[in-house]
Design a protein around this ligand. Structure first.
Ligand SMILES: [Zn+2]
Length: 840
């Protein structure tokens, strides 16, 4: 006993003497004590690079850039020997997952990944990461040198550098010389937008599966190269809260394995021990569930790792010092200690269980491939779906390492769940149909993404309760209990190459399928090429064209005559859209090309409101859509400047979800004078509260009807006796926890061309009544969602309500979209609606 103690003391002394005297601590390097300032991102990167230079136990590598150009990087921390063999361990690990083929050399080492500051204003992350790094390389923590001998630790100090620097800059601008703990002071109240988000105002901790943002895409590309065994994500929550660590709250997704559950408990115990020894307060099993795949705990869990969320009390408001309701002052130093302690506990418990971590990780993938637990063994995506949406689907599958390919069993008939019909049906497999088999390394993740409705053990969920991909992408798809095999060959994506022929066509016509066509319209607008669209189906030269088909005539483009064919062909090739050349404007059936039923597409100039009062998420999605998906100019106008803007300069004014009561007169005036407004979610209340609108009248009518039919509860009715502890659950009966509803469409209206007769939307709020003097373009006729949780009172309210509507006001028009049609940029089917509304 004594000898062991002596050896331990000696080795600690030796390491400290040799390393920490030569390696600068963060305090020494930065010139100030950690916790007394918010470190700028570039300074923290310098520190990581410095450690990487001076220590043989650290290797910092950049893996990309944020939208605003800040570097993203991770530091591998382990013994010198392990770092030398990093590539071998990486390959061995991947071979065991079955995601890559090859011969393993045998040895596997656990990879433990610590990710900090994915939310920019949860500002302690970056500071805690520096302390963790130094502690490991200087071996100033008991047991740390043993951890490094057995494990490879990956530290990502800042997953969202743009948000983090925004917070740090603002804090430095607004702070007093001596930090003011008063919660009302400027330094604790940052303006719009929240620095939690990235440049496009996306919540990067809701983007793990969808990977729409470059920060996520690059991080997961790196993640997939290593496939860590443990991933810990460090967050902050409200200032008055203490500290959260595992086990997570219910619901847990059913694909989570018994060992993952067990390790959740072990993680909790390891943390509790350290927190107890420091007399720190904490809680477990509340708030943070393990259900929806968007997050930095669930996504790693579904990828075979142990995924964890840690939440320190503090969050975006507490600055360097903050006076809590208890009278105690919460300091940044204390918050650093919270995440530092949790980091040490994570490493300790991972080290102690490293053998089982590896064996169970291997078993997870082996089971996935050989004995998938998913009741459906095959998902069939019809090859007849729009090519652009299939392209988006393949990208999503690739990024999540899910395999797919041409389906075998051609011509065979199967019993199958039909997603669109939301019931069991029949399927005959045809050529070009795509198979996603459950027999593959990512089988559990296939289940998470494709099961028609996810089973929650508890309806109180932190986020979405449904996300099934066929609904989000509006795909014709089926789920089969039968195991189907792949055809041998890979999916061959047919490349569209239009060429300029010797004869100059009268017009080019494009059948309207979806987003590629909208992208082409946007591209043609930018090149000043005019196009039309057909309001009704027609045929010409024996070819049928659907509603919304794009018509590009030579006659409309005389000014561009010499470059007309070249531009149209080039742009169509870039968008991978097939052009059909016709020699006449005379149709075989339906309207002619020059008819009033073929109006011009509008090259609209677009203003998007942002700033105080607007929902940053809603603004961000629309901004991202125009810039990164549609590649069409949009002008962001801050509500603070709105009174000074002449909105007549813009054809379309977009009101993202938000509150616009201050601008109501400006907005009404704009519409009356001929402007087009697109109002999303809460923004609709501008019109619902304006007495002259059809929407106001519809709401008023409904309220009167409801009053007349309202059941009166007598004052002594026993149903009024409700228990305090049931309050939260009772509130649930009123809401939809983001469930998916079927939307019926008026397929003759140009705003929904390309979407068919039915569509699906993620529903959060109860809808508006049908419009009397207006257009009811998309509406819900059933009370039950196709997937996800909706309370029984909510269900009663939702039947026969509006989702997409429009009305004319003065000489302008307002379009109402009651829910987010392009949720977090992964609800890909919503792009078609938005493109239609903007250009038609
Ligand atoms: Zn967070």
């Amino acid at each position: 006993m004594r000898r062991i103690l002596f050896t331990a003391i000696f080795s600690v002394f030796f390491v400290v003497a040799s390393d920490s005297q030569t390696i600068k601590s963060p305090d020494e390097f930065l010139g100030y004590e950690l916790g007394t300032r918010f470190t700028f991102h570039h300074k923290a990167v310098e520190y990581f690079k410095y450690i990487s230079d001076v220590s043989s136990m650290a290797d910092y590598r950049e893996y990309g850039y944020s939208y605003e150009g800040r570097p993203l990087g991770v530091c591998f921390v382990s013994s010198e020997k392990n770092l030398k063999n990093l590539e071998e361990y990486r390959k061995n690990n991947l071979i065991k997952t079955g995601l890559v083929k090859g011969e393993s050399s045998g040895k596997q080492v656990p990879f433990i990944w610590l990710g900090y500051n994915i939310h920019g204003n949860e500002s302690v992350g970056l500071e805690a990461a520096m302390k963790t790094l130094f502690t490991l390389v200087a071996s100033t923590y008991q047991g740390a040198d043993e951890w490094l001998k057995s494990c490879i630790i990956i530290i990502d100090p800042c997953q969202n550098p743009d948000g983090r620097d925004l917070y740090a800059n603002r804090y430095r601008t607004s702070r007093n010389t001596i930090p003011d703990p008063d919660k009302n002071s400027w330094e604790h109240n940052q303006e719009w937008p929240s620095a939690r988000l990235n440049h496009y105002l996306f919540d990067l901790n809701r983007d793990w599966t969808w990977q729409t943002q470059i920060e996520t895409q690059q991080r997961i590309e790196l993640y997939n190269r290593y496939m860590p065994h443990v991933f810990a994500d460090f967050h902050e929550m409200g200032t008055e809260s203490t500290f959260f660590f595992a086990p997570g709250a219910e619901p847990w997704h059913e694909v989570i394995t018994p060992w993952q559950r067990e390790f959740n408990e072990l993680m909790g115990k390891s943390n509790a021990e350290l927190f107890d020894s420091k007399s720190k307060l904490y809680f477990t099993k509340e708030n943070y569930d393990l259900f929806c795949p968007s997050f930095g705990d669930t996504w790693p869990l579904f990828n075979g790792a142990m995924g964890f969320t840690f939440e320190q009390g503090g969050g975006g408001v507490s600055g360097l010092a903050y006076k809590k309701e208890s009278g105690d002052t919460l300091t940044l130093k204390e918050r650093i200690d919270g995440h530092f302690t949790a980091s040490m506990a994570t490493l300790k418990v991972s080290y102690e269980n490293s053998e089982k971590l590896i064996s169970e990780f291997n078993r997870f993938f082996e089971e996935n491939e050989k004995r998938p637990p998913f009741s459906y063994k095959s998902i069939i995506i019809k090859g007849s779906n729009d090519k652009s949406i299939l392209g988006s689907l393949f990208q999503l599958l690739d990024r999540n390492q899910i395999r797919y390919g041409p389906a075998g069993s051609l011509g065979k008939k199967f019993k199958a769940f039909d997603y669109a019909a939301n019931k069991e049906g029949e399927l005959t497999i045809e050529k070009d149909d795509i198979l996603i088999s459950a027999y593959q390394p990512q089988s559990r993740f296939v289940q998470v993404l494709f099961e028609p409705d996810s089973k929650a053990s508890d309806s109180l969920s932190y986020d979405l309760t449904a996300w099934s991909i066929p609904y989000a992408y509006n795909l014709k798809a089926y789920a089969l209990a039968d195991q189907i095999k792949h055809e041998e060959e890979n999916i061959e994506s047919e490349k569209v190459t239009n060429t300029i022929g010797p004869d100059k066509p009268y017009a080019y016509i494009i059948n309207y399928y979806g987003f590629s066509e909208i992208k082409l319209i946007a591209a043609l607008h930018k090149k000043n090429i005019k196009s039309r669209y057909s309001v009704k189906p027609f045929s010409i030269n024996g070819i049928d064209f659907n509603r919304g088909s794009v018509i590009i005539t030579r006659g409309d483009n005389q000014l561009n005559e010499n470059k007309f064919d070249e531009i149209v062909t080039d742009e169509a090739n870039k968008c991978q859209v097939k052009l059909i050349q016709v020699k006449t404007g005379l149709s075989d059936s339906g309207k002619d090309l020059g008819s009033a039923y073929s109006p011009l597409m509008k090259k609209n100039s677009i203003a998007l409101l942002c700033g105080e009062g607007t929902s940053s998420g809603s603004v961000g999605e629309l901004w991202y859509l125009f810039e990164r998906e549609l590649e069409y100019p949009v002008t962001l106008i801050n509500t603070a400047n709105a009174e000074r803007v002449d909105f007549r300069d813009y054809d379309v004014l977009i009101l993202p979800s938000g509150s616009y009561s201050r601008l109501k007169d400006t907005i009404m005036d704009y519409v009356k004078k001929g402007g087009k407004v697109i109002a999303f979610e809460n923004a609709i209340s501008v019109f619902a509260t304006e007495k002259t609108t059809a929407l106001f009248k519809a709401v008023e009518k409904r309220n009167t009807e409801l009053k007349a039919t309202e059941k009166k509860v007598k004052s002594d009715d026993p149903s009024l006796l409700k228990k305090f502890e049931d309050e939260r659950r009772q509130a649930l009966s009123e809401r939809s926890a983001r469930s998916i509803y079927k939307v019926n469409l008026d397929e003759t209206h140009p705003y929904v061309f390309g979407l068919g007769i039915e569509w699906f939307i993620m529903k959060r709020t109860a809808g508006y009544p049908f419009l009397d003097k207006g257009r009811n373009i998309g509406y819900i006729t059933e009370k039950d969602p196709v997937a996800g949780f909706a309370g029984y009172k909510f269900r009663d309210k939702i039947k026969n309500t509006l989702v997409i509507g429009s009305e004319n006001i003065g000489s302008g028009e307002v379009v109402y979209i009651t829910d987010d049609p392009y949720l977090r940029a992964f609800w890909k089917s919503g792009r078609i609606l938005l493109g239609n509304v903007v250009f038609r």
